[in-house]
Design a protein around this ligand. Structure first.
Ligand code: FE2
Ligand code: FE2
Length: 422
């Protein structure tokens, strides 16, 4: 008896237990011989695995068995180092490492340079023998000043908020306000029409988007787009900005997908939390570039997790800086706490949401979807994994969905940053 991923099921396998949908609807009894049709049915119901009676290796080429063994072995060797801070016996880590090795092997076989900051980091950063630079202590007053200098959220955001608060207002009122900002409108409609939603027919007006996507959901997107618009022009020395935003957008997409599996309402809110989770690091590196260079070098030289080095050298986790900014800007409280606890979800009052961001961050690091400066896969928080209560077999589906959406969403968030530009 073995739990098999949907992609690995083949006709002729026999179910070892009754099969239900995630909502508990009965689909197939134990002892059913699977056919092409029944496998399609399981797929249509969104199942990710089934328990079948099966001995020996699984057919299909989903785990890298069709990759060149030498190339795959090389990928695994690199992964040994990348995953050194994770628990190698954890089922989710085993699965993520496997997916990541197959991906790396695929890149190598196709002659594509992987986006791997792990290799890139060594190329870009110098490794001075003496790292004992004199660093001035971080002055949080400077962060406050900087926050005050930042433009406030666009007026359109306040206006839409007012309309939402007013019980007499309609979707048309929101659409009217948003439509006045043409940049916002085109990004918003771009995302609504992308694989992010996967709608069959084109949504060409904001009022239609409000009707289909929902007011709160659309507001979350407007919020995310507005904040990114402000921060996208803040360069942080020593971080590849394109990779930083790719990491952030990927984490947002992954968080939203996981939230969907946990039946959370307004999954767009989790998208925004994932999108902004590392904003503290961006600010920190922007304001204190010499500290940034020091911690980046130290973490690579000593093979230590970046946020641990940051905690030690800077005396604080950048997540705290992110949360302080969120507070200063009066972000919704849950968003602030999701940013604050993404490295330590067990300490959050909303364990489930912080756990979603924690897993999403681990996943996008593992799959090398961009980078916010970290070259190692951060550890998956045990409490987070337990709180999420999902199968490790779902991870391949989540990675797949994120892959399908990432490039398109990146293009709508950063339309002017052409490929290759950093
Ligand atoms: Fe982080
Ligand atoms: Fe991150």
């Amino acid at each position: 008896m073995i739990r098999v991923k949907l992609a690995d099921l083949v006709p002729g396998m026999v179910t070892a237990s009754d099969v239900f949908t995630t909502e508990g609807r009965f689909l197939l009894p134990a002892g059913s011989v699977l056919t092409e049709r029944s496998i399609r049915l399981l797929k249509a119901w969104g199942l990710v695995e089934a328990v079948v009676d099966h001995d020996g290796p699984l057919p299909g080429g989903h785990d890298g068995r069709d990759a060149d063994p030498r190339i795959l072995a090389e990928a695994r060797e690199i992964n040994k180092k990348r995953f050194m801070h994770t628990n190698p016996y954890h089922p989710a880590i085993i699965e993520l490492e496997r997916l990541s090795a197959v991906r790396r092997a695929g890149y190598t076989a196709e002659g594509v340079d992987s986006a791997a900051p792990f290799d890139d980091g060594a190329k870009r950063l110098q490794f001075p023998k003496n790292l004992s630079v004199e660093l001035q202590p971080i002055n949080l007053g400077r962060l406050r000043e900087f926050g005050l200098r930042l433009p406030t959220l666009p007026a359109v955001f306040d206006r839409v908020n007012e309309i939402i608060m007013n019980p007499k207002s309609s979707a048309g009122d929101i659409a009217q306000v948003v439509s006045k900002d043409s940049g916002l409108t085109s990004r918003l409609l771009g995302i609504v029409n992308s694989a992010f939603y996967g709608f069959v027919s084109k949504v060409d007006t904001v009022s239609r988007a409000v009707a289909i996507v929902g007011t709160k959901q659309l507001m979350s997107l407007v919020f995310g787009i507005s904040i990114v618009k402000i921060f996208e022009r803040i360069p942080a020395d020593h971080i590849d900005m394109r990779q930083f935003w790719r990491h952030s957008v990927a984490c947002g997409i992954t968080s939203r997908i996981i939230a969907g599996y946990k039946q959370i309402q307004n999954t767009e809110r989790l998208f925004v939390a994932g999108l902004l989770h590392d904003i503290g690091r961006l600010l920190l590196y922007h304001l204190w570039p010499e500290h940034a260079l020091y911690v980046l070098n130290l973490s690579r030289r000593d093979s230590r997790l970046l946020y641990e080095v940051e905690r030690e050298v800077l005396g604080m986790d950048p997540a705290i800086i992110g949360a302080r900014m969120a507070e200063q800007w009066k972000f919704p409280f849950l968003l602030e706490s999701n940013i604050l606890y993404h490295h330590s979800p067990g300490a959050s009052h909303n364990l489930l949401e912080a756990s979603i961001i924690n897993l999403a961050d681990v996943l996008v690091n593992a799959m090398e979807m961009g980078s916010s400066g970290e070259v190692f896969v951060p550890p998956l928080d045990e409490a987070a994994w337990n709180a999420l209560n999902i199968s490790e077999n779902l991870l391949t589906v989540i990675v797949d969905h994120t892959d399908r959406q990432l490039d398109e969403v990146m293009d709508y968030f950063f339309p002017e940053s052409a490929e290759g530009e950093t």
